[in-house]
Write a protein that binds this ligand. Structure first.
Ligand code: NAP
Length: 305
């Protein structure tokens, strides 16, 4: 029996663990892939208070090491089902806790066009910091208009010969500071009000077709395409214990409480205004603190009966 089971080892989940372990609680983190969540792929973080610059990898690894030293238990297993009584079924076992924190983040949104799956790892990637180095002096395209896409384009502009930025609108969501930096790069070409309509090549991606708002199409030879069009949550399997909005994000009552007592939500996977590192770690700390407080209250009430 654990005090708290945390689902997801991204910044929200690891911060929950940090707070719970420091309160001497028995904590299990269940993670399907690797620690760090999406931030591990960010080339540079420049908007985390008091840290001027840090790579996503270093940030995630520092946080991971911090909770490791406090004795966290992490199992790399996929959660399949959670019951209201806080029993968690994974692909490998069954665990129980007094409280559960869902910090499942989100997965990369797909373009959903023909050949997308076929070219993954063969010219198509969702992670510039992972795969960018394969494209030294080559031609690459980045699709998207948020911080991730602009950061990817910046990163790639120092490696590749040419970078095409393809975005479906004429204004970007990304922070002005990143945009200003990118504007200074001489090897970046913008395709605005444009989408990618096809991916072509035999074994390897060789060419993309870009369609503008007038449905005019043009083809461009590319060696690599980086898709950075946001994330989507993956919470359907928890629908028995939580409410989801139309996009699949977890609806909370007041931030971190879900409709089921003892089940909390933290980070990008919940309905929120701002999905950033700062808000993910804030959620993680609040969720763990409230979980502990409410666990203690429940214990006192039981003893009083
Ligand atoms: P995002 O901010 O949601 O941006 C996604 C972009 O993709 C938007 O420009 C969107 O266009 C476009 N898009 C969405 N669906 C599309 C589709 N089907 N086809 C074509 N384009 C599509 O996602 P993100 O850039 O991955 O960032 C996610 C969160 O992480 C944000 O809060 C971001 O600030 C944060 N982040 C922070 C940093 C950092 O601070 N260093 C780095 C990376 C990410 P529209 O604009 O038209 O909707």
């Amino acid at each position: 029996m654990y005090d708290i089971i945390i689902v997801g080892a991204g910044p929200a989940g690891l911060t929950s663990a940090l707070y719970a372990l420091r309160a001497n609680k028995k904590v299990l983190i269940l993670e399907a892939n690797t620690y760090g969540g999406q931030i591990i792929n960010a080339s540079q973080i420049e908007n985390y208070p008091a840290i001027e610059k840090i790579s996503g990898y270093d940030f995630a690894t520092n946080l991971y090491n911090q909770v490791q030293k406090l004795g966290v238990e992490i199992k790399y297993e996929t959660v399949l089902h959670i019951e209201k009584d806080k029993t968690v079924q994974t692909n490998k076992g069954k665990y129980q806790a007094h409280a559960i924190i869902l910090a499942t983040g989100a997965k990369n949104r797909k373009l959903n066009i023909k050949n997308e799956e076929k070219f993954v790892g063969k010219g198509l990637s969702y992670c510039a910091t992972c795969d960018g180095n394969f494209y030294k002096n080559k031609i690459v395209a980045v699709n998207g208009g948020g911080n991730a896409a602009i950061e990817d384009a910046l990163y790639l502009s120092d490696i590749a010969k040419n970078v095409y930025v393809i975005h479906r609108r004429d204004t970007f969501r990304a922070e002005e500071m990143y945009l200003q930096k990118l504007k200074k790069k001489k090897n970046v070409t913008y395709f605005l009000n444009s989408t990618i309509s096809s991916l072509e090549g035999e074994e390897q991606l060789k060419q993309i077709t870009i369609k503008d708002q007038n449905n005019q199409e043009q083809t461009r030879k590319v060696d690599g395409l980086f898709i950075a069009i946001g994330q989507e949550p993956n919470n359907q399997i928890f629908a028995n214990i939580i409410d989801l909005d139309e996009k699949g994000y977890v609806k909370s009552i007041d931030g971190v409480h879900t409709k089921t007592p003892g089940i909390y939500v933290a980070g990008d996977t919940r309905v929120k205004e701002l999905r950033q590192l700062t808000t993910a770690v804030a959620d993680g700390s609040i969720a763990a603190t409230l979980a502990i407080k409410e666990m203690q209250q429940n214990r006192k009430e039981k003893m009083a009966k």
